[in-house]
Design a binder for this molecule. Structure first.
Ligand code: HEM
Length: 542
């Protein structure tokens, strides 16, 4: 038999350098890990080889793919176990535990999905080195029954190589390049200031304490979701949609719910084969496709409006001559330049809208919580922000440049709570990782949650320390992968980073933050990592 089962309980310690092991909080412990027998299990303990301590085989050869430790060869049995024990919601913790047991590389089979999971100190540069790396997006499968969804898949997710790259470079000009950031940053700043204005009014009206110094304890998450949608719409469509008004539109709230449910219904779709899904998972698939339907209609309506605006402004320009060059948002820019087809514009805009709300709202929840439970860190960041703001003379870009601790705060939040917990690649050629041979086409995923919390990668990883990135130089190598890497990295990265920093900047200038309990937040994974219960934050006016 090539493999054997061992009992792993929470008290087992992996030998070798990986001393500390996190116990699973709130998760059913994994009862059995199955590993290849090649010298990996000694007297029921996990040996040095399986912990990945020994990087080369005894004879110095590159080791075979099937020598990589794994968690059970039968993907279907694993899937059933995961399902029964509701482990999907704790997959991030499960990965952390498995790395602690098996070392920095292991294979995982779950239903139809097989992957090689890696984390540092594994050398992962090889995985990201080649431009030709071929990622396949997992949602929005080509077998989708929904027409728009199929269109979207073809337009963005299934394209690869030069064709994909040419489109992406055009999109990058509008969302990633510094000239684009300069154009959209004031729009994000507008929304962040309005958010704080709204919050100040609310604290004054509903809060406790003497006038001018009132404080209010609340769950800020619904407001953060509205903030993220308002900010996305302003940058992408060049439109404010009034979500901070006393009666925000129901249509926008429906969009927020649709994205939330689309994300929540995605994970099962990743592990079941299409045929099975169409039978036993039909309601799930129908719901998933329906949510995409809402997302598409929301985008469609705005894209139509964008076209009307563009044609009327072009009409006006030709009547009056060159009119003012008002920034019309990413959509307006793409339409005006006309280099992407209408289908591609729609697909990309919808992708930006779907990817841009929860991904920023949730890290902001964690950020307010961590700043609240670390008052000294909060004060240090605030001092820097105040000084920078005073120097910047109202220019938001200068203000951010002068406050690197804000950027450090975002990095620190995404280290501890990576909203996307893995970054996947399918190498297009054979590669070697941790001295194991990885055939082309294998799904390899860098697992960010265990990476961010590893004592081998970060000094005192449990400590929230925004200064570690710039001041202590911990930002080198592949330690910061929250937005992915290379040509396929997150296309909304610059929007997200600036949006979150600006909001935190204005909040820190206006409020002192605190939390009633400094206990760790319990987290769960839907498609994104989020708090099990949103934290309550006390905002005290400064
Ligand atoms: C903290 C916020 C965010 C994080 C941590 C994040 C993370 C990621 C990651 C890890 C990827 C995959 C990258 C790779 O494979 O190398 C990704 C892709 C993507 N993200 Fe984000 N994201 C965030 C915010 C946003 C925002 C605000 C938008 C839209 C405005 C967005 C839109 C997208 C899109 C469209 C893709 C697919 C890109 C492609 O495959 O070409 N994301 N994101």
């Amino acid at each position: 038999m090539r493999s054997m089962y061992i009992q792993v309980t929470m008290c087992i310690r992996a030998q070798g350098t990986r001393g500390s092991r996190n116990l699973l909080c709130g998760v059913a412990p994994q009862r059995a890990l199955c590993m290849t027998a090649a010298g990996t299990v000694v007297d029921g303990k996990i040996g040095a080889e399986s912990t990945g301590v020994r990087k080369r085989g005894v004879d110095g050869r590159v080791r075979r793919f099937d020598e990589i430790p794994h968690t059970g060869r039968n993907g279907w049995i694993n899937l059933v176990k995961f399902w029964r024990e509701d482990r999907f919601r704790q997959l991030h913790k499960h990965m952390e535990m498995t790395f602690n047991a098996l070392g920095p590389i292991y294979r995982q089979h779950l239903g139809t999905q097989s992957s090689v999971n890696i984390m540092m100190p594994c050398d992962i540069s090889e995985l990201f080195r080649s431009e030709g790396l071929h990622p396949r997006r997992m949602t929005l499968q080509p077998w989708a029954t929904h027409r728009e969804t199929r269109q979207h898949s073809k337009g963005v997710f299934l394209k690869n190589g030069d064709e994909w790259r040419a489109d992406r470079l055009l999109l990058n000009k509008e969302v990633m390049m510094s000239s684009a950031v300069k154009r959209f940053l004031p729009l994000l700043d507008d929304v962040a200031r309005d958010f704080c204005r709204m919050l100040r009014v609310r604290v004054e009206r509903e809060g406790r304490g003497e006038e001018g110094k009132r404080s209010l304890t609340m769950d800020p998450s619904p407001d953060l979701f509205r903030f993220a949608l308002e900010a996305s719409c302003h940058v992408i469509y060049g439109e404010r949609i009034g979500l901070f008004s006393s009666s925000p539109s129901l249509e926008s709230q429906k969009f927020i719910w649709a994205v939330e449910r689309m994300l929540a219904t995605t994970p099962p779709l990743l592990y079941l084969p299409p045929r099975l899904l169409l039978h036993i998972g039909a309601p799930l698939w129908t719901q998933h496709a329906t949510e995409w339907g809402h997302i598409f209609s929301h985008a469609e309506a705005r894209i139509q409006r964008g076209y009307q605006r563009l044609s009327s402004s072009q009409g006006r320009k030709s009547e009056v001559g060159a009119a003012g060059d008002q920034y019309t948002g990413v959509l307006g820019q793409l339409m005006e330049k006309g280099q992407l087809s209408l289908d591609l514009i729609k697909a990309n805009i919808t992708g930006l809208m779907a990817g841009g709300v929860d991904t920023t709202a949730v890290p902001l929840e964690f950020a307010l919580f961590e700043l609240g439970r670390n008052p000294e860190v909060q004060e240090r960041v605030r001092q820097q922000v105040r000084a920078s703001w005073a120097q910047a003379g109202g220019d938001p870009q200068k203000a951010l440049q002068g406050a690197p601790l804000l950027k450090g705060t975002i990095k620190e939040i995404l280290r501890l709570y990576p909203v996307g917990t893995t970054v996947q690649r399918y190498p297009i050629k054979d590669i070697v990782l941790q001295n194991y041979h990885i055939p082309a086409g294998t799904m390899v995923q860098a697992c960010l949650y265990p990476l961010g919390r590893s004592v081998e990668v970060f000094e005192e990883p449990q400590r929230f320390d925004p200064g570690r990135w710039a001041e202590k130089g911990e930002g080198t190598g592949f330690r910061y992968l929250a937005f992915g890497f290379g040509a396929r990295q997150c296309v909304g990265r610059r929007i997200a980073e600036n949006e979150m920093q600006l909001l935190l900047m204005h909040i820190l200038l206006s409020f002192h933050l605190s939390v009633s309990s400094s206990e760790d937040i319990k987290t769960m994974l839907t498609l994104i990592l989020q708090p099990e219960t949103p934290p309550r934050i006390t905002f005290r006016k400064l």
